[in-house]
Design a binder for this molecule. Structure first.
Ligand code: DHB
Ligand code: FE
Length: 285
């Protein structure tokens, strides 16, 4: 039986890729950010997940504004990166787990999520930066990429993304293979890259969001997308990826670690590690 061991939320700012390429992890600007991953590395080394389901938003590498699925799931055995123009090295290819992808797709469609299924899919910085942050030695697990539209309105609601995650969690829990699965949600937290509010960051709201993920994520569904844009910034809506990650944690969830550092580039860089323990079985009467 498959097991969901936990979830990680992490930023995906592209300039992190440049810092890694130039080995700047210990520079004063970068150290408070990179050192926030030490506890995560220790946990991952202990837990050894086989597969990571990565919830992220595509920034135009697969889908542009002309055709943009609300939710898409990769079903490939490998996922290439291409030059996105950020001045960062093209990443190595990520391995896929097509069998798990198809199980997930089947579960999601049966659960009422009419997702786009992608037998070919590229991965952009929203996947490759988190993989490099979580497994800096390059020993990445296989991935199942799930993309959520956080780019072109109308976006899916916070509640819908929480439900998407829950459906992913249910599908994984019905997978018969003995695999340990990690959920990853990328992007955020608050940031706005354009317009008169460029540079906007909201520490209070970010803190509330992180608190509620382990506390009571349902509370966050009260925010509409326009309110989320107002509180988190136009690109802070990438929090939807974190919401789906949290929804997929089907057991008892507790926060093991967090790091919050302002800013990395234009973004509030947050790292959150959530553990997912199976709910205690009721004793037979
Ligand atoms: C930045 C943040 C993002 O989420 C992104 O996709 C690109 C750039 C930034 O802060 O530079
Ligand atoms: Fe982004």
């Amino acid at each position: 039986m498959a097991r969901i061991i936990g979830g990680i939320g992490t930023t995906h700012v592209p300039s992190i890729g440049k810092a890694i390429a130039e080995k700047k992890q210990n520079d004063p600007y970068w150290k408070p950010f990179f050192s926030g991953f030490n506890a995560v590395h220790k946990w991952l080394a202990h837990e050894q997940p086989d597969v990571a389901v990565v919830f992220s938003n595509d920034h135009g590498l697969n889908f542009f504004l002309d055709k943009l699925p609300t939710f898409a799931v990769g079903a490939a055995n490998e996922y290439r990166n291409e030059d996105e123009g950020w001045g960062i090295p093209v990443s190595k290819t990520a391995k896929g787990d097509a069998a798990l992808s198809w199980h997930l797709i089947e579960g999601l469609v049966n659960d009422g999520f009419d997702i786009t299924m992608c037998q070919e899919m590229l991965v952009d910085h929203a996947v490759t930066i988190p993989l490099n942050l979580l497994w800096p030695r390059g020993d990445w697990p296989a991935i199942v990429p799930v993309t959520i539209n956080t780019v072109q309105h109308p976006l899916p609601s916070i509640a819908r993304c929480l439900e998407l995650g829950r459906a992913v969690g249910r599908a994984i829990m019905s997978y018969q293979e003995d695999v340990k699965v990690l959920m990853v949600g990328t992007g955020g937290l608050s940031h706005q890259l354009d317009g008169t509010r460029a540079g906007f960051i909201n520490k209070d709201f970010d803190t509330l969001c992180m608190d509620q993920l382990s506390g009571d994520p349902e509370v966050l569904t009260r925010y509409t997308i326009p309110t989320l844009v107002e509180l988190a910034g136009a690109q802070g809506v990438e929090f939807l990826n974190w919401m789906a990650m949290r929804g997929a944690l089907t057991g008892t969830v507790s926060e093991l670690h967090r790091n919050y550092h302002i800013p990395i580039s234009n973004t509030a860089a947050a790292t959150l590690l959530l553990e997912n323990r199976p709910r205690a079985q009721r004793k037979a009467a």
